[in-house]
Ligand binder design. Sequence first.
Ligand code: SF4
Length: 356
Amino acid sequence: MHYNLPDGTYKKNPVRPLIEDLDELPFPDFDLFDYENLDRSKNFTAMVMLSRGCLFSCTYCGNSQFRNIYPNKKKYCRFRSPEKSIELLELLIKKYPFIKFIEFRDAIFNMYKEWFYEFMPMYIERIHLPFNCNLRFDVLDEDMVRMLKEGGCYMIDIGLENGNEEFRRKYLHRNMKNDMLIQQAKWFRKYKITALTYNIVGLPYETIELSLETIKLNAKLDVDKVIPNIFYPYPMTILEKTAKDGGFIDPSVDPNDPVQLRMPQYPKYDILYIAYNFNKLVKKYKAIYALSPEEAAKKEAALDKKITSKHYPRKFLYKTAKAKEDAFIWAKKTLKKVSPKLFIFLKNKTMKEVRQ
Ligand code: SF4
């Protein structure tokens, strides 16, 4: 806290240490919200967080910077104990029996193996509601995926971010081998869990060729859903500094511009083209990888060449894809306003397909 002193100066208090044991905290007061009318409640879903913080230090994420401000930063990543976590969930579903699904919003649900292996059997026995959660590849093992399935996990979200191993390690501080990612993604297929990846496009020093590697890695992982995000340089993060040092931050760029960096090797409209066509391109490469290896190699090279050619109308294709997406968003908003019941019905129908 900062406060003004009578002499015109101000005093800055030191940051309070973190509460290290989350079990000391009471359970959330659900009555603070109109719980029945939350958007998620209408889909019979409760959003829950059993932890705070994250152990990792990805350069684009605010977590490592938040961690650094605390005097006891080694305790930044904390979970409620498995027993208290289950009690919280029991309280929630007793109070709101209409809740049929749980959405765990913890940064990384499989952060601590010990916690996970103690929590899951209790969840299976005492809660057993279908759920989705965020995972991280390099702390994952097959038993975890099997146990997630046993507990009712129907979908996982997982960060892939960039498809080039070396680039990912150097600029994002995510040290994971592509072979390992491909191997681990097979477990989601094996246990029939929908897999969704998060990806970033337009990172400092990235090129369109590197973005294609991200698209192709998603295709090789054969994931069900992909979310491409355009890089935004969050203040005080390592990657913001990298972008500044590289001369990619132009102060005249509107902070609401979807593309913040101005990079000669990866122009704005190429970034937008990739972001708006990401899903479609993953599907195209997936279809190619289903062919025989010789045919796949030929078609892959031809598609790479076409997309990266200087004559390819990327700006036009971005605008077409954007117009389509805008129309879809408009239709969704209008339906929600005009016929909220039909909107909820359709949303539940889509979710039902994912949850099967
Ligand atoms: S693993 Fe996720 S939450 Fe943790 S630092 Fe990386 S991006 Fe942030």
